[in-house]
Design a protein around this ligand. Structure first.
Ligand code: 13P
Length: 337
């Protein structure tokens, strides 16, 4: 038996504890720079550090947030007065986590499709992150819907990599967040998203089982079932909740500790309303906790307000805390817009 099994179960439960969810702040330097540029802030290591300090030092964040996903640069950084970010999180009752994939790269022979890389040297990186205090990890696979895609090759390659990552994490004491993201980009219908999400989840759990991953020591981070952004037929909150829950109930084993959704480009209010509706309508009949692991849908308003200026920090922190609270309420089925 894995010597970390009990610890992994405990960590996984804490990550999705009632009223709590995960804050994704693991943007790679490239993505973080893009976000900074979008609000007119400088794109430097120091600005990225300041932005992450704003997030981590938000008062009372630990009331709604169980853990934060960091990036390799961030897990080594400190606040202006010298406290390591990872220790600041722990002090406020939040578990530090770490993104360990190295990004989605073009899949050979399959135009417009990606496969996520990062397995090389992963065992050693996990050992280092565990030593630094990280207790969970994240790996994101990207599945795009389009003309003739996704292919089986894309779904299988990504599912296989996710499963090998998850097995390595459990071996090294980190709870794997398994994130197969079916993207919202495109003009596909919600039914098409349902089909692709079903096939993806079935393939991912088949591969996880093949690699010996323990379902009660992991968190699934799926997309919600939504129409493409460009689809003329958009969906109601109830329809998204119903189709997402039907898709998960059909494809996610009961032993999985928790489901923590990504926001995927939904606006902040929709991301909260959808999560809330799932908990209100299905909370009593589902075997896993259903919560959030949002980046954009928590950070958005805070980033827009900050613009890279020290004088905007306090207001930005209030905006961040507000979205975190809204999503905490949605986990309990108590959100009102
Ligand atoms: P979004 O909530 O912005 O989709 O980000 C979640 C995430 O961690 C993507 O990997």
């Amino acid at each position: 038996m894995n010597k970390y099994a009990d610890e992994l179960r405990k960590t996984a439960k804490a990550m999705v504890a009632p009223g709590k969810g995960i804050l994704a702040m693991d943007e790679s330097n490239g993505t973080c720079n893009k976000r900074l540029a979008s609000v007119g802030a400088e794109q430097t290591e120091e600005k990225r550090r300041q932005y992450r300090e704003l997030i981590i030092t938000t008062p009372e964040l630990g009331d709604s947030i169980s853990g934060a996903i960091l990036y390799d640069e961030t897990i080594r950084q400190s606040t202006a007065d010298g406290q390591l970010f990872r220790e600041a999180l722990q002090q406020k009752g939040m578990i530090p986590g770490i993104k360990v994939d190295t990004g989605a790269k073009d899949l050979a022979g399959h135009p417009n499709e990606k496969v996520t890389e990062g397995l090389d040297g992963l065992r050693d990186r996990i050992a280092e992150y565990y030593q630094m205090g990280a207790r969970f990890a994240k790996w994101r696979a990207v599945i795009t819907i389009g003309d003739g895609i996704p292919s089986r090759a894309c779904i299988e390659a990504n599912a296989h990599a996710l499963a090998r990552y998850a097995a390595l994490c459990q071996e090294g004491g980190l709870v794997p967040i398994v994130e197969p993201e079916v993207m919202m980009d495109g003009d596909h219908t919600i039914e098409r998203c349902y089909e692709v999400t079903s096939e993806t989840l079935r393939t991912v759990f088949d591969q996880l089982a093949t690699q010996g991953v323990e379902f009660d020591q992991m968190i699934l981070k799926p997309n919600m079932v939504l129409p493409g952004k460009g689809c003329s037929q958009q969906a109601s909150v109830d329809q998204v909740a119903d189709m997402t829950m039907r898709c998960l109930m059909n494809n996610v084993p009961a032993a999985v500790t928790g489901v923590a959704f990504l926001s995927g480009g939904q606006d902040e209010q929709s991301a909260s309303a959808h999560l809330n509706a799932m908990n209100v309508k299905y909370g009593d009949m589902i075997p896993w906790e259903v919560t959030f692991s949002y980046a954009r849908a928590i950070q958005g308003p805070a980033l827009d307000n900050w613009q890279g200026k020290q004088s905007n920090v306090e207001k930005s922190q209030a905006l961040l805390a507000h979205r975190a609270k809204c999503n905490s309420a949605a986990h309990k089925g108590e959100y009102s817009p």
